[in-house]
Write a protein that binds this ligand. Sequence first.
Ligand code: TRP
Length: 333
Amino acid sequence: MRVVSGIQPTGNLHLGNYLGAIRNWVRMQDSLSDGGTCLFFLADLHAISMPHDPAALRRATLEMAAALTACGIDPARSILFNQAQVPQHAELQWLLAGTARMGWLNRMTQWKDKAGKNREGASVALFTYPVLQAADVLLYQATHVPVGEDQKQHLELARDIAQKFNTDFAETFALPEPIVPPAAARIMSLRDGLAKMSKSDASDMARINLTDDVELVMQKVKKAKTDPEPLPSEPAGLAGRPEALNLVTIYAALADITPEAVLAEHGGQGFGTFKPRLGELLVETLRPISARFTELLADQHALDAILASGAAKARELAIPTLDATYRALGLVR
Ligand code: TRP
């Protein structure tokens, strides 16, 4: 098994990032032990497809590396790096640009959403973003790619590119399989159960940051929007109650049990009882993570060393496939 996945370096990591993506990576790494290799990278090259501030990108990249490590990605077992230190990503992207079709990219919903009505003003990188993403995984002969539901389309495109390249030129790439975790916890805002928990929400009370201290976590949970009804004893009773559903989802994800099990235990409780329990569970999970995160961030040299060593390993794995791609295309080097 060759597991490859990337995440854009955003600052202000929160519970949604952790329960939605990062924790799945950690589990993947832990379940693999010696039956394969995991490569996890910060998609800093993807980040320049939107207007960005260079200093903020640099900082976010280091922060994300620290956060991933603090959450349990172990640089001794997994290859952790940032794209910018592995030039083979950008190189392969160009080689694949000859195979990707305009029509395929035009159908990408992320492109349509992000470009909106202003396609003429969007960057070329935003349009070719999925080709770089295909290069990210094909470069390593990835077999499994853990992603959220929203990235499945990009993975299908990567398979289409690989398939066409293999038929048009020479058998070069493995076809990567997306793995969308069945219970990918969709964590919503604490102020609005219909909006995703987001780093860009104007209210900090809407999210639990990985760096929030105990008091702040308890306060945010206490102030989280709810309704006056007690918890139902079965999930069906959460219909039309998005805020209640969100708190139950968070509890279930943290305790690693089903929503049914949460409600079997807490059904009938009012939020005055349930919220403190949820707060304790959150604090228990986040305390070690945020302690390790702060420690790592304070040691820039250690972080740089982690990324440099991950990038060296990644380059080594990337070179044979990149060479084969040049050769298949008749490019003499
Ligand atoms: N586009 C992905 C996202 O926004 C991040 C990403 C970049 C990625 N390259 C990847 C994910 C390769 C999986 C595999 O979430």
